[in-house]
Design a protein around this ligand. Structure first.
Ligand SMILES: *Cc1c(COP(=O)(O)O)cnc(C)c1O
Length: 357
């Protein structure tokens, strides 16, 4: 859900039967409002607050993906207080390398996420003795923008060993949550694999189980390449040997280049010049990290030309913020020639509305 949480998108997905992997009470609220069934909601994240836990318990979500022993104790306590049983799984860190950027790899040791693989069995045993929790699953999420699905196989093999050991000790596993992370094509060189490749990779490991449900949490692969970010060329300038294209798009609109050094293709909305140049596409924000693209071969743009930044549907608007008092733009859903505003542009007044004057 964190890849794109616009209500209109969520409603579309809910209609198609999707569940949601949430990481906050806010996302739970949005999911329920969009009509996603609570029995299809799993709740991940290392820092669930007491209020969020209580909200999720009262909403009757499918399961908590628990990420620490203290979180387990807290869930057990709150469930007891409101006389509920919390369905849980543990997010286990299978310690495999997903070969992705250091900020988006999550399944390796020395990472804040999940529980060490070596500690998993013991914590399951401890949980099985707690009164107000019911163990229902296992969970892992090894990273994001994974282009080679073989890492999922390594994770599956380790998780399967854990499942077998748990079941041999009387702990029944109903749900196997394999996380998200399937990559998309940001650059010409990216060769993303399809959901069917992921299935073919993990099923040789999991097909021996009968009556278990596999949960997948794709974010980027659903929405990433369905969205573009459109902006306007304001000015051109050169500095030494560098060309800059200054646009009204900035790091607050799309932070991925600044945060993960990620690549987003930039194209003209209307093909104009056939002449090309090497340039940086930057925004008005007062930070050197404020760029959309660096050292790119681009058409020679004119002032007023519109540009499209590709693959902005995931972690684009969802991560946008209002630094430099920049209101966030509108979101528009396009189907064929049909166009619908699904979020209005913010105004400066919106930004100031909670300030006490
Ligand atoms: C971010 C996240 C996902 C989705 O990752 P994608 O790379 O967008 O598919 C799934 N599960 C968890 C626990 C996450 O934190």
């Amino acid at each position: 859900m964190k890849a794109n949480s616009n209500s209109a998108i969520l409603k579309l997905l809910a209609k198609l039967g999707a569940g949601a992997d949430i990481v906050s009470g806010g996302e739970l609220y949005r999911a329920l409002k969009a009509g996603i069934k609570p029995q299809k909601i799993v709740y991940s994240g290392v820092g669930k607050t007491s209020r969020e836990i209580e909200f999720a318990l009262k909403s009757n979500i499918l399961m908590f993906n628990v990420e620490s022993f203290e979180e387990l104790e807290q869930i057990n306590k709150i469930a007891g207080k409101i006389k509920k049983k919390a369905r849980i799984s543990f997010r286990v860190n299978p310690n495999v390398d997903a070969h992705t950027h250091k900020y988006i790899t999550t399944g390796k040791e020395g990472n804040k996420f999940g529980i060490r693989y070596e500690d998993a069995f013991d914590i399951y045993i401890k949980a099985s003795k707690m009164k107000n929790v019911e163990i229902v699953g296992v969970d892992s999420h090894i990273g994001s923008q994974i282009l080679d699905v073989s890492a999922f196989k390594l994770a599956a093999e380790k998780m399967s060993k854990l499942i077998d050991k748990l079941e041999a000790n009387g702990i029944k596993i109903k749900y196997i949550d394999i996380g998200g992370g399937l990559g998309i094509k940001y650059t010409a060189a990216d060769k993303p694999q399809k959901p069917v490749d992921l299935r073919k990779t993990i099923m040789p490991v999991y097909s021996k189980y009968k009556g278990k449900t596999i949960i997948v949490e794709p974010g980027r692969a659903i929405v990433g390449d369905t969205g573009i970010l459109v902006g306007e060329v304001l000015y051109r300038k050169t500095s030494g040997t560098k060309n800059f294209i200054i646009t009204n798009l900035a790091m607050n609109d799309l932070i991925r280049p600044a945060l993960y050094e990620s690549y987003h293709n930039v194209i003209p909305v209307k093909k104009s010049s056939t002449k090309q140049q090497i340039a940086d596409v930057v925004g008005p924000v007062c930070e050197s990290g404020d760029f959309i693209a660096k050292d790119r071969k681009l058409p020679v743009f004119e002032q007023g030309d519109f540009i499209a930044v590709e693959c902005a549907g995931a972690y684009g608007r969802a991560m946008a913020f209002q630094y430099n008092s920049r209101p966030r733009g509108a979101e528009v859903l396009v189907k064929g020639s049909k166009v619908k505003v699904i979020r209005k542009a913010e105004t400066i007044e919106d930004l100031m509305s909670k300030e006490v004057k």
